[in-house]
Each structure stands twice: as structure tokens, then as C-alpha cells.
Design a protein around this ligand. Structure first.
Ligand SMILES: CC(C)(COP(=O)(O)OP(=O)(O)OC[C@H]1O[C@@H](n2cnc3c(N)ncnc32)[C@H](O)[C@@H]1OP(=O)(O)O)[C@@H](O)C(=O)NCCC(=O)NCCS
Length: 216
């Protein structure tokens, strides 16, 4: 079995940042980031229940995220200052992994407000996408943003994401079903001829009935 669960947690370094999956020791720093994010990002990201912002919930969440990583369902990377890695500056989430003939994931990201406008997310995503298209073996990464979230749109365009359409009433943001621009980036390097196997084994018969888009 060569699933990413067998790969150790990545540690990615860019000129200014360090990116890695959250560990139990990050609980306090992660909560501080989430609380900062809570009010400020309300216009752009789905609302979370109050319980999400508690130590107990986030302790469980950290375990769930690590399980997802090991089981090849998703990957969260926290962003730290490369030289002073105590504070969580932002977060990148690869979710909804589908293997087989699709080899795709969804992408989300956010940066603490005081750190924006310095090209940090572009820098972080460049490294994260290198990992996604390299060791993770993905072929396609999808991202969606509200038309008025121009900063997000610019970051994606700069990284080579192409607009694929407009999804009506796509996500519930701040109490409204908001349209989103759908974009995707296809692995700019040659796709592997042997796509990474989906690690949770299913019987061949059942797999052959699934549509290709869901990972046959
Ligand atoms: C989107 C986000 C991650 C961008 O992070 P960042 O590090 O500031 O991004 P960068 O500095 O790499 O690039 C920002 C780009 O947007 C532009 N920008 C920033 N604010 C803008 C605004 N209000 N209107 C238009 N463009 C804007 C910048 O000029 C820059 O583009 P340029 O380099 O071509 O001039 C950050 O704004 C954020 O966390 N927003 C809240 C959460 C969010 O929206 N997440 C994405 C949900 S789809």
C-alpha cells in the first residue's frame, strides 16, 4: 500500500513561511487563530457553531484531522512564520480527496487579517500545491470563491487556476446562499500513468459500478 498515510507529515518551507499539519501542541495557537478569524472572516466563510471555538472541540478536531491525513481523505496545513513559528498565521485545507481516475481535492485557505496583502498566501499555496501535485499525487485541485472576494480570486488566478463557471447559491455564508466562482488547477506536470490507489479498499465489483468522477 502506497497511500499518503504511509508518508510522514509534510514540513514545507518557503522564503518566509513554514507549513505543516497541526499537532496536539498547536491547540492554543490554533484556537487563538480561529478566534481571530471568527468575527473578521464572517463575510467570506461558512458560519461555525459556538462549540467549534472551544478547547474540547478543537482537541477532538486535531485528532480527526490527523486521522483524515493518514486515511487519505484530506490534509490541513498550518502556516507559521519560518523564523518565529509560535503563532498560527493561516491555514490551508485540502479536502474531499477522490482517488482512482479523478485524483482531485477541494482547496480552502485563510490568513490572519494583519498578515494579508504581502503575498504570503500566494507563497504558501505555491508550496502546498507543489506537495499536492508531487508527493500527494493529485491531478486536479478545485477552489471556489464569491465573486466579490477579489483578493481570493487574484490569488487563484496568479497561481494558474482557471475559471470553470459560476455556481448559483453554492454556500451558506453569513445567512445567505452565495453564488461562487468555480475554479480549478490541473497538475501542470505530467500526470502519473498509475494514479495513486484509493487506500480504503473496496471490492472490485462494487468499485466497477461507481462512476469515474467518484473514483473508480
Ligand atoms: C484571500 C486571502 C487568503 C489572500 O491572502 P493574501 O496573503 O493577502 O494574498 P496575497 O497577498 O498573496 O494576494 C492578495 C491579492 O489580492 C489583492 N487584494 C487584496 N485585497 C483586495 C481587495 N479588497 N480587492 C481587490 N484585490 C485585493 C492584492 O492586491 C493581491 O493581488 P496582486 O498581488 O495581484 O496585487 C486573504 O485575503 C484572506 O484570508 N481572506 C479571508 C478568508 C478568505 O477569503 N478565504 C478564501 C475564501 S474563498
Amino acid at each position: 500500500m502506497t497511500g499518503p498515510g504511509a508518508i510522514p507529515p509534510p514540513v514545507l518551507r518557503t522564503r518566509r513561511l513554514l507549513l505543516r499539519p497541526p499537532a496536539a501542541a498547536d491547540l492554543t495557537a490554533l484556537l487563538a487563530f480561529l478566534l481571530l478569524e471568527r468575527g473578521e472572516m464572517r463575510p467570506f466563510v461558512p458560519r461555525r457553531p459556538d462549540a467549534y471555538y472551544t478547547t474540547a472541540f478543537q482537541r477532538r478536531n486535531l485528532r480527526a484531522l490527523e486521522k483524515d491525513r493518514r486515511e487519505d481523505r484530506g490534509l490541513v496545513l498550518l502556516l507559521f512564520d519560518r523564523d518565529r513559528p509560535g503563532e498560527v498565521l493561516g491555514r490551508i485545507t485540502f479536502s474531499r480527496f477522490v482517488r482512482g481516475a479523478f485524483q482531485a481535492a477541494g482547496l480552502g485557505y485563510s490568513l490572519a487579517a494583519p498578515r494579508r496583502g504581502k503575498g504570503l498566501m500566494t507563497e504558501a499555496l505555491r508550496a502546498a500545491l507543489g506537495y499536492a501535485f508531487g508527493p500527494l499525487g493529485l491531478h486536479r485541485v478545485e477552489a471556489a470563491h464569491m465573486p466579490r472576494n477579489r483578493a481570493s480570486g487574484r490569488v487563484l488566478r496568479r497561481l494558474g487556476f482557471r475559471r470553470e463557471g459560476l455556481a448559483r447559491g453554492y454556500l451558506l455564508i453569513a445567512g445567505r446562499w452565495e453564488d461562487h466562482v468555480l475554479t480549478a488547477l490541473v497538475n501542470p506536470r505530467r500526470c502519473p500513468a498509475q494514479p495513486r490507489a484509493f487506500p480504503r479498499a473496496r471490492s472490485p465489483r462494487r468499485r466497477s459500478r461507481r462512476s469515474p468522477a467518484r473514483g473508480s
